[in-house]
Ligand binder design. Structure first.
Ligand code: FAD
Length: 414
C-alpha cells in the first residue's frame, strides 16, 4: 500500500482519490477551500470515458446511471435570430452539473473512508522530494509525507508554478456569459422549441450553447429542471478589464464572482441578447437573476511528471470549453495514473509512464478546442463558420469511431 497525497479536491482530485483508494492505496486529499465547494458550478457535458471512470470510482453503473447523473437530451437544434430552427440533428447526450458530480464523488470517497482523509482549508504551498518520497507543505505549517503527490489543483496550480513557472494560462480573446434559468418561469414557446434539446444560437463571431440540467436538489422532473446556457462573446484585453471590474470600480483580474458582476454589464448583455439572439435565449438571459461572467483561457504544460510528483486535470491542460472535455479529460488522467501505478508501483517510473500516455491526447484536445473557438477571438471576426458544422462538432464524444467519423465528415468552413 503506497501513501499518496492528492492536491486539490475538485472533480479531478476526487476521481483519482477514489480510484487509488479502491486500488488499495493510503490516500489523502488536500483541498484549499475551507467552505463547501458545492453549488459553485453549472452544467457539464458527459462522454463515455467519464461514465467508465465513475464506475471505477465505485459508483453503480447500469442503465440508471444516466438518470442518476443528470438530464438526457435526444437532439440538437440551432435557432436563428427569429427563433425558428435552422439546423437539427439527432444526437443523444447526458448533461449533468458540477454540483451533481461533486456530490456523487465526494460521497463515494467519504463512505469508503473517513472524512478526515478529505481535508478542507488545506492550502498546499510547496512540494519537495527525495529518492525516498515527497513532502507536501501546507501554508499553515502542516506537512504530509507520501510516496507520490498528484496535483489536481486547477488552472492556477501552485505545483505547476513550482516546476514549470513559464507555463501560464492564456486568455483566448473571448468571455462567456453563463447562467441557469428555471424551467418553471419560461414561456411555452421556449419550452416547446428548445428546452429539451442541446440548443445553439450562432450570431456572427459569437456562440450560445445551452442544455437542460437538474434543478434545485438535483430534481430532474419536468417543471423542476433548469436550462444551463453559455454565451461566448469576443472581448479585447481592455474590454475584459472593464468586464472584470465591479460597479464600485474594483478590478478582479483572476475572475469576478457572480454577485460582483456590474449591473451595467448585465443590462448591456441582456440588451445585446434581445438584438442578436433568438427570443428564446433572450428570454433566458432576462429571467436569470444573476448571469455570471467567465473569461475563457487555455493552458498546456509540456511536462506533467516530475519525479514523484505529477500534474493532472486542469493543472496539466485546460482546453477551451467547446470540446466539453474538462471533467472527462481529468477522468482519463485519473484512470491512466491508477493504471500506471498498478503496473510500476508508486514510483517515478509510474509517473513517467503516465506522462507518456497522456501528453499527446491532452495536447490534441487543447488544439481541437482552439480550432473550434478561433472564430470567436477578438480580432478574428472575419472567420465564418457554418451553423450545422458548429452544431455537429461542439462537445461531442470522440471516444467512439462512429462519432469520430461524423466529426471528420462534417463540413468545416473556416
Ligand atoms: C467550484 C468549481 C466549479 C466548477 N464548475 C464547472 C462547471 O460548471 N462547468 C465546467 O465545465 N467546469 C467546471 N469547473 C471545472 C471542472 O471542475 C474542471 O475542469 C475539472 O474538475 C478538472 O479540473 P480539476 O479538478 O483538475 O481542477 P479544478 O476543478 O480547477 O479544481 C482545482 C481544485 O484545487 C484546489 N486548489 C487550488 N490550489 C490549491 C492548493 N494550493 N492547495 C490545495 N488545493 C488547491 C481548488 O480549490 C479546487 O478545488 C469547476 C471547478 C470548480 C473548482
Amino acid at each position: 500500500m503506497a501513501r499518496i497525497v492528492v492536491i486539490g479536491g475538485s472533480l479531478g482530485g476526487l476521481l483519482v482519490a477514489n480510484m487509488l483508494w479502491r486500488a488499495g492505496h493510503d490516500v489523502h486529499v488536500l483541498e484549499k477551500a475551507s467552505a463547501s465547494l458545492d453549488g459553485r458550478g453549472a452544467g457539464i457535458v458527459t462522454h463515455k470515458p467519464l461514465m467508465a471512470a465513475l464506475v471505477r470510482c465505485g459508483l453503480a453503473v447500469d442503465a440508471s446511471l444516466g438518470e442518476t447523473l443528470g438530464v438526457g437530451v435526444k437532439e440538437r437544434v440551432v435557432l436563428g435570430k427569429d427563433g425558428a430552427v435552422i439546423a437539427q440533428a439527432d444526437m443523444a447526450q447526458i448533461l449533468t452539473s458540477w454540483s451533481r458530480l461533486y456530490a456523487l464523488l465526494y460521497s463515494a470517497f467519504e463512505s469508503a473512508l473517513d472524512s478526515a482523509r478529505y481535508l478542507q482549508g488545506a492550502a498546499v504551498s510547496h512540494v519537495s522530494q527525495s529518492n525516498a518520497g515527497v513532502t507536501v507543505q501546507l501554508d499553515d505549517g502542516r506537512v504530509f509525507e507520501a510516496d507520490l503527490a498528484i496535483a489536481s489543483d486547477g488552472i492556477r496550480s501552485v505545483v505547476r508554478a513550482q516546476y514549470m513557472p513559464e507555463v501560464q494560462a492564456q486568455y483566448a480573446g473571448y468571455v462567456a456569459w453563463r447562467g441557469v434559468c428555471d424551467e418553471s418561469v419560461l414561456s411555452q414557446r421556449t419550452l416547446g422549441s428548445v428546452f429539451d434539446t442541446f440548443g445553439f444560437g450562432l450570431p456572427p463571431g459569437e456562440q450560445l450553447i445551452g442544455y437542460p440540467v437538474a434543478g434545485a436538489g438535483n430534481a430532474i422532473a419536468r417543471g423542476q429542471r433548469r436550462y444551463n446556457y453559455v454565451w461566448y462573446r469576443p472581448a479585447s484585453e481592455a474590454v475584459l478589464k472593464d468586464l472584470m471590474t465591479d460597479a464600485d470600480g474594483h478590478y478582479f483580474p483572476h475572475g469576478i464572482s457572480p454577485n460582483k458582476v456590474a449591473w451595467q454589464h448585465v443590462a448591456k448583455a441582456r440588451q445585446a441578447a434581445r438584438e442578436l439572439l433568438a427570443p428564446q435565449f433572450a428570454e433566458m438571459l432576462e429571467k436569470t437573476a444573476q448571469p455570471f461572467l467567465q473569461p475563457i483561457y487555455d493552458c498546456a504544460s509540456p511536462q506533467i511528471a516530475f519525479g514523484r510528483v505529477a500534474l493532472m486535470g486542469d493543472a496539466a491542460f485546460v482546453a477551451r470549453p467547446h470540446v466539453g472535455m474538462g471533467v472527462t479529460k481529468a477522468a482519463e488522467d485519473a484512470c491512466a495514473l491508477t493504471d500506471c501505478i498498478a503496473t510500476h508501483g508508486a514510483t517515478p517510473a509510474a509517473l513517467q509512464a503516465f506522462e507518456q500516455k497522456r501528453l499527446t491526447p491532452c495536447m490534441a484536445v487543447v488544439e481541437r478546442a482552439r480550432m473550434l473557438g478561433a472564430y470567436m477571438q477578438a480580432g478574428n471576426q472575419t472567420l465564418a463558420r457554418d451553423a450545422r458544422t458548429v452544431m455537429l462538432q461542439t462537445a461531442i464524444d470522440l471516444s467512439g469511431e462512429h462519432q469520430t467519423k461524423r466529426a471528420e465528415s462534417a463540413e468545416f468552413s473556416v
